[in-house]
Design a protein around this ligand. Structure first.
Ligand SMILES: Cc1cc2nc3c(=O)[nH]c(=O)nc-3n(C[C@H](O)[C@H](O)[C@H](O)COP(=O)(O)OP(=O)(O)OC[C@H]3O[C@@H](n4cnc5c(N)ncnc54)[C@H](O)[C@@H]3O)c2cc1C
Length: 381
């Protein structure tokens, strides 16, 4: 007989899990609780690399194909530092509107027979005592996690850089990063198109810029307008806010991912940093692993949840390590910007230690050739 599964949160992790569980042959009863209406969401567009879509295929190729069909596509990346633009021969990438992604997932969930309850905010887990499994897919401020804080033992690490997710109607041909230094500090804009005339624009600054420009004393609309001034060179349309609050990076991680019949996936498990690939993709991969573990071990839920953590955790740990190195690099982006532009980009590309110079020669030969040429010219001067 199938399990009764309660999923808190209808973000990418919760919805993909609901769909995958209903797709299996076990006849699980799946109910998803979401505080927002079905057609509301924050954020703008979500990026997937070609590799990420390939991984997600392990869950449902049909669904992933539908997501891929709704994307804007490009290859390569432009990294601009203090006005010098350096093209990178990076692989293909895809971006989809977050709301559209959620709607595709919702539609698949309904067709597969998952129950979706919107406009229900859970304040505690008391009403879920009838369920065999409670899944915390409720994001960075998870109620499932805080209800069992003694079991999950979460820790919070707060960084000093600040960031906000905006949208803009500016059309960017390729995924781009714009690093700038002002008289006070450093800024970075990460911008990519997810509809023909809509792009995500993640704006970030270091603490020196935050304080030096008085951003700490501005309200959110003043910060948005100020960001438009800072990034005027790469914006031909205003920044659009959708709960776009400037916050410091906060990384929540958990000592354990399961406790009794409760388990965490996605951002509830560990918040992601966009500089290392999308949190959306990691969240959806967690769902694939949890679904597999529940399919294989439905007769012993705590053992199945332990198996999920044992299998998925080492993979996430590797990415977490890379994410931490990446955040550390961003925290010192002002210092890195003192490097020559090609050295700066090389430092950026190798910041997580996963990409070595050897791999760069294989995967981004055009950039490496240009890098070598510039450096040999400099040493001949
Ligand atoms: C402000 C912001 C903007 C972002 N914008 C982008 C973007 O443009 N592109 C991108 O790639 N990534 C973006 N991200 C990151 C990305 O959203 C996450 O990494 C990814 O969505 C994680 O998926 P998830 O399903 O684990 O969590 P989420 O997508 O956060 O989903 C969790 C869901 O749980 C619901 N929920 C929470 N608590 C309760 C409760 N008590 N009861 C019921 N429901 C509850 C929430 O409403 C939410 O729908 C953004 C993150 C933030 C914080």
């Amino acid at each position: 007989m199938g399990l009764r599964v309660a999923i808190v949160g209808a973000g990418p992790a919760g919805l993909y899990l609901a769909y995958l569980l209903r797709q299996g042959s076990s006849g699980h009863h799946v109910r998803v609780f979401e505080q927002n209406p079905g057609n509301a969401t924050y954020g703008f567009g979500v990026v997937f690399s070609e590799r990420a879509l390939h991984f997600l295929n392990d869950g449902s190729k049909t669904l992933v194909d539908q997501i891929a069909n709704a994307t804007e596509k490009w290859s390569g990346q432009n990294i601009s530092v203090n006005g010098t633009v350096i093209p990178i021969d990076a692989g293909k990438a895809f971006a989809v509107e977050r709301l559209h992604l959620l709607q595709i997932l919702q539609e698949h969930c309904r067709t597969a027979g998952a129950e979706l309850d919107f406009d229900i905010r859970l304040e505690s887990l008391d009403d879920l005592s009838d369920f065999d499994v409670i899944v915390g897919a409720d994001g960075a401020n998870s109620i499932v996690r805080s209800s069992h804080a003694d079991g999950f033992r979460p820790t919070l690490r707060e960084y000093t850089n600040r960031f906000a997710w905006y949208g803009t109607q500016t059309r960017y041909e390729v995924n781009a990063l714009t690093f700038l230094r002002t008289e006070h500090g450093a800024f970075c804009g990460h911008h990519y198109r997810y509809k023909p005339h809509m792009s995500t624009f993640v704006a970030e600054c270091d603490e020196a810029a935050w304080v030096g420009h008085g951003m700490d004393a501005m309200d959110e609309d003043e910060r948005r307008k100020f960001s438009e001034e800072v990034f005027a060179g790469v914006l031909d349309s205003p920044l659009i806010s959708n709960r776009s609050l400037w916050n410091p990076w906060r990384i929540v991680s958990n000592e354990r991912w399961h406790h009794g019949n409760a388990v965490l996936i996605g951002d509830a498990t560990r918040t992601a940093h966009p500089s290392i690939g999308s949190g959306t993709r990691l969240a959806m991969e967690d769902s694939i692993f949890l679904c597999r573990a529940l399919e294989a071990g439905a007769d012993d839920v705590p053992a199945a949840l332990a198996a999920y953590e044992a299998e998925r955790r080492p993979i996430r740990e590797k990415l977490n390590k890379a994410a931490s190195l990446s955040i550390d690099w961003y925290e010192r982006m002002g210092e890195h910007m003192e490097l020559e532009p090609y050295d700066f980009v090389h430092s950026f590309l190798t910041r997580t230690k996963r990409m070595t110079s050897e791999r760069l020669y294989k995967e981004m030969p055009a950039f490496m050739n240009a890098y070598d040429t510039v450096n040999s010219m400099a040493s001949n001067v």
